[in-house]
Write a protein that binds this ligand. Sequence first.
Ligand SMILES: [Zn+2]
Length: 460
Amino acid sequence: MDQADTRFSNGTVLLPDGLAQADVLVTGGRIAAITAPGAGGSAAQVIDCTGLTVVPGAIDAHIHLGHGSDIARPRVPGDAASETGAAATGGVTCILSYVMSADPHGPAFDDLIAVTRAGARVDFGFHFVIATEAQLAELPDLMARGAPSAKLFMNIRGNEGARLGLPGTDDGFMYRLLEVIAAHGGVLCPHPENIEIAWVLRDRMLATDPDGLGGLATWNATRPPLVEAEALQRILMLSRATGTRVHAVHTSSGAALTEAVRQRQAGAEVSIETCIHYLTHDVTSPIGTQGKVNPPLRDPADREALWQGIRDGQVDTIATDHIHRPATSKDGGIWKAQPGFPGLDTFLPALLTEGHVQRGIPLPRLIDMVSRAPARAMGLATKGAIRPGADADLAVIDLNARWTVGKEHLATDAACSIYEGHEMRVRVVHTVAGGRIVLRDGRLQPDAVGTGRYVARKLA
Ligand SMILES: [Zn+2]
């Protein structure tokens, strides 16, 4: 065998069929071989992974890159440099970012790739939000250029989208969008909320709790599980009629999970995503307005239902819904705070601390949900597993760590985290993206900026 670029030696490696003591040899950005420890020829560089676990780098299929308070799209390379730094810090080697605009996406596509690539430390792709007739018309072209997943905000009706600059749509638009996606082999990522019912509930809560003293519980009551579950079962029922694949993003409640599973049993082709914060936090978490997000953090029983769904194999993927808003965007109480928060920096430590160390869910099950499963759902054929020929995307983690999250551990330019003060039992030691070591001994490597690549995706 020719000399490899890098040998990750003597670690416990998570292979497609389970954990094994092995070396991973990387050449030209791809996994060249998996060998017994010490076997299989020399390498230019050896990374000793003794006592550590080597897993596929996480794929975060749900993030938002923006600039300042604008979360529509990255505007300058620094937006990608900081947030892919957060990704690498959390063991994430590929991000898929939602892009919002009221204008057609096609003319901006090349610029979007160029701006992101100039800062990216890990690989990236995009999902486009489809909100206008012009965008619906250009969607087949966007899909052919490597973005086969499209998002619909089911909750943006009437003036609801004004905050994001998006016009409202209706069920007729939704139905035609489902048809276009089915015809071109894509997947719809719907944000499921029945906003018309949420408006009624919001007005009632505004009357009973005008100062938002109920905090996260008040926010949950304005758009409770019912509005999520009803919308999700509706889009999935329609998707069965049109034969469209659906990726159910940020599933947050037991009720929504139940309805999605019911529709799946009836024939809907759906992958079910939840987000890390619905697994680690609920309305009783003492984080105040920092925890405002859509869908809201739920009751403890919902959190338990999602973990049960993970144990049962009903939930397929886990993402962060990372938004790099600064803590000041949460000022002014629960009614005024902007929704969303960062999650990339702490992704694998938070998931594995609560899921594996504290709840005893096997490591292969949890890692599958952030690697192979999102790769399959999103059409990332060369990613998601440690096998010869795959992209050399790895996270080398310490399962026997003990540390407490502080600002010094965060790379996001939001400089805040709902996990500040949380004790973690898992640490990301090295992150490897396309064979490049982008995080080494917990430190971001400055020369990684601009080495990430755009990944054109195609669903199998
Ligand atoms: Zn999102």
